[in-house]
Ligand binder design. Structure first.
Ligand code: NAD
Length: 296
């Protein structure tokens, strides 16, 4: 069992840290929010006084922070790298821009540490149930070293390639999910306006070539899939504002790679419009409100 410093104990990090404790690891935890810290301390973690304190005297440092600048701050400015013991493996599970992930790898490597970018899919439900998928970028030896730790929080642990390639995999997936949600909304609204019932559209398309995971499981049209957020007042699920963040990351990465993503760009614009209309805290399925604001 390992000694782990865990930094960032929000909606995802809190339950992930708790699962590591349940798996038998010893945790020192830090967050800017005292409430977030006390949630994990109640499960048996020790509260660290600072980032430096959380990162010292441990074998792994796990971070689960909102954006790339937070990771850069924690690694470089707040002292995680400066205070870690030799041999510590740094694991960043935040969803961040590829450039920040690669900068964090470079800073860790320069100081003699190895790092994995290891963003997740599975949301708060997966974080809670320890069934997350981890998409890992970094060298294979560090991946194998980190695997038992990641297995305490997830079920699918995948090595995607070198530094930053976990983040690349994650944003490719989420860009496609954003596109699929918008595409499903367009087809359902158009078909119903032209006279086909939403039930018939669902039944036919979900067994035909237009289907996707989003179409089948989180269909944006209310009433066709009882467990879809759209049938439950658009309660998340995966919040629209988080989807917009990931779509923007995909567009920044596409630009950096000089690759064309017209559908990703359209999904990003629609997602931006949805947030401007005030639906950022609703599930991603609410993208249908951009196509039909009066949908019920
Ligand atoms: P969150 O906002 O609930 O939690 C982030 C935590 O980080 C907060 O408690 C905040 O206080 C803390 N924090 C920020 N800066 C800090 C610093 N400098 N030092 C210490 N603590 C700091 O966010 P979340 O939903 O837990 O998401 C975390 C990451 O996981 C994000 O990158 C997000 O995109 C990604 N993600 C989220 C979901 C989801 O469904 N929520 C799913 C997959 C991936």
């Amino acid at each position: 069992m390992a000694r782990i410093g865990f930094i960032g104990l929000g909606n995802m990090g809190g339950p992930m840290a708790r699962n590591l404790i349940n798996a038998g690891h010893t945790l020192k935890v830090y967050d800017l929010s005292e409430d977030a810290v006390s949630f994990v301390v109640q499960s048996g973690a020790r509260a660290a006084e600072s980032v430096k304190d959380a990162a010292s005297g441990v074998e792994f440092v796990v971070t689960m922070l909102p954006v790339g600048n937070n990771v850069r701050d924690v690694y470089m400015n707040d002292g995680a790298i400066a205070s870690a013991d030799p041999g510590t493996v740094m694991i960043d599970s935040s969803t961040i821009d590829v450039e920040s992930a690669q900068a964090a790898h470079a800073a860790a490597n320069e100081a003699g540490f190895t790092m994995l970018d290891a963003p997740v899919s599975g949301g708060v439900i997966g974080a809670d149930a320890a069934t997350l998928t981890f998409m890992c970028g970094g060298d294979l030896a560090s991946f194998e070293k980190a695997r038992p730790i990641l297995e305490g929080m997830g079920r699918n642990i995948v090595h995607c390639g070198g530094p930053g390639l976990g983040q690349v995999t994650k944003i490719c997936n989420n860009m496609l999910a954003g596109i699929n949600a918008l595409a499903a909304a367009e087809a359902m609204v158009m078909g119903e306006r032209l006279g086909v019932s939403r039930e018939t559209l669902y039944n036919v398309i979900s067994t035909s070539t237009g289907r996707s995971f989003l179409f089948e499981n989180s269909n944006p049209m209310p009433g066709v899939v009882p467990t879809s957020p759209s049938s439950n007042d658009f309660k998340p699920g995966f919040m629209a504002k988080l989807m917009l963040k990931d779509l923007r990351l995909s567009q920044a990465a596409a630009q950096a790679a000089g690759t064309s993503t017209p559908l990703g760009a359209a999904a990003t614009a629609a997602s931006q419009q949805l947030i401007e209309q005030g639906f950022g805290d609703d599930d991603t399925a609410s993208i249908i409100k951009v196509i039909d604001p009066k949908v019920k």
